[in-house]
Write a protein that binds this ligand. Structure first.
Ligand code: SF4
Length: 384
């Protein structure tokens, strides 16, 4: 008999009101009929995991925009977990949301279902930026949503912001205007006092309208020095206001670090439910088909939904350890690296320490201040 091992669940809700111009996530336009069938399929997948899931510590409902779902569907989804599994009393249940799908009524509904953390995609408080990103909310709507959540029964709010936003004309690295607008956005967000803030650098991902616009010189990405300054300036401001920098892109008030993601970065097992969701169980990584209709049909016909599955080799496990462990500011515990692999890596580690990109403290290998913005280079230099 299979032993119950997984305590962390990710549920993918792939619906959004409109696709953002930079988005390469698995998301499609919201359709209430499809959503109804999709939730029925998801519930079947949740129930089918009985042999793998044990005392649930965190649930992360991501997307997409899960708050586009009607309240009865969201309630059914949560109930399918609480009816079928033991859930720890201190469980962290996060839902991703966007400002346009937040109102005073649905906030309280969502909270009454047991969801206790909201991650809100604000991205910017500059209307021109929001238009450029293809977002459907404006700055006023973003502030309204933030204030509604802060005034509600929710006590754990996370805000996503994007920096390094593209422009219609090249931005000189000496330009101070973008930096001032970015700092102003940060200060406005801080004044609302969310418990957690995530910062993401805008990246033109392949096969997105943003990528095409940058490639054809209709839009220009900012100079990389300016982007680095924006990152370090945000770090300084957020730390000054009491936010702890605990992961490359994440800051939190003490005790409000995202537990779900901490486990993910810590290399723990998790189960992903829904179209395109990934799972990692007992050293095996597997993923569901991304196509929403295909996923629904497969579940309805009791067909497999998994399209990829691979047991990680020791080398892949080590690379994963580097990619996930070094994302955390405290770093990667050296004892977790097999000795023979550590020996193999030693010349690269020494070189990165000499370049002041890595250091070793209290038996943890970690990025230095300078190494934070060059994390991709450091990781690529270390992987086998
Ligand atoms: S709201 Fe998020 S998931 Fe939806 S289209 Fe925009 S970036 Fe993608």
């Amino acid at each position: 008999m299979e032993i119950s091992i997984v305590n962390y669940i990710y549920i993918h809700i792939p619906f959004c009101r409109k696709k953002c111009l930079y988005c390469d996530f698995n998301s499609i336009s919201f359709d209430s009929n499809v959503a109804e069938k999709y939730i029925a399929a998801i519930i079947k997948e949740i129930v089918a995991q009985k042999s793998l899931i044990s005392k649930i510590k965190t649930i992360y409902i991501g997307g997409g925009t899960p708050t586009v779902l009607k309240k009865d569907l969201l309630q059914k989804l949560i109930t399918s977990i609480t009816d079928n599994y033991e859930v720890e009393e201190q469980v962290e249940i996060t839902i991703e949301a966007n400002p346009e799908s937040i109102n005073s009524e649905n906030i309280e509904n969502i909270h009454s279902f047991g969801i206790n953390r909201i991650s809100l995609g604000i991205q910017s408080l500059i209307n021109e930026d929001l238009i450029m990103l293809g977002r459907i909310h404006n700055a006023d709507k973003a502030i309204e949503a933030l204030n509604l959540i802060k005034a509600s029964t929710f006590k754990n709010l996370s805000v996503d912001l994007i920096y390094g936003i593209a422009r219609e004309l090249p931005i000189p690295s000496s330009s101070n205007e973008d930096m001032l607008l970015w700092q102003d956005t940060l200060l406005k967000i801080i004044s609302i006092n969310p418990e957690h803030i995530s910062l993401y650098e805008l990246t033109p991902e392949y096969d997105t309208p943003l990528y095409d616009a940058v490639k054809s010189n209709r839009l220009f990405m900012p100079d990389e020095n300016l982007v680095a300054e924006m990152y370090y300036s945000a770090k300084e401001i957020l730390e000054k206001f009491g936010y702890i920098h605990y992961e490359i892109s994440n800051f939190a008030k003490s005790g409000y670090e995202c537990r779900h993601n901490l486990n993910y970065w810590g290399g723990k097992d998790y189960i992903g439910i829904g179209a395109g969701a990934h799972s990692f169980v007992k050293g095996v990584r597997y993923s569901n088909m991304t196509d929403v209709s295909g996923y629904i049909t497969a579940i309805e016909n009791k067909m497999p939904t998994i399209i990829e599955s691979a047991k990680l080799t020791p080398k892949e496990q080590f690379n994963e350890l580097i990619f996930l462990g070094l994302r955390q500011i405290k770093g990667l515990e050296i004892n977790r690296i097999p000795q023979n692999i550590f020996k193999e890596m030693e010349p690269a580690i020494k070189e990165l320490i000499d370049y002041n990109l890595l250091d070793i403290k209290d038996n943890y290998l970690r990025l230095t201040y300078k190494g934070l913005i060059l994390s991709s280079y450091v990781m690529l230099r270390l992987i086998l």
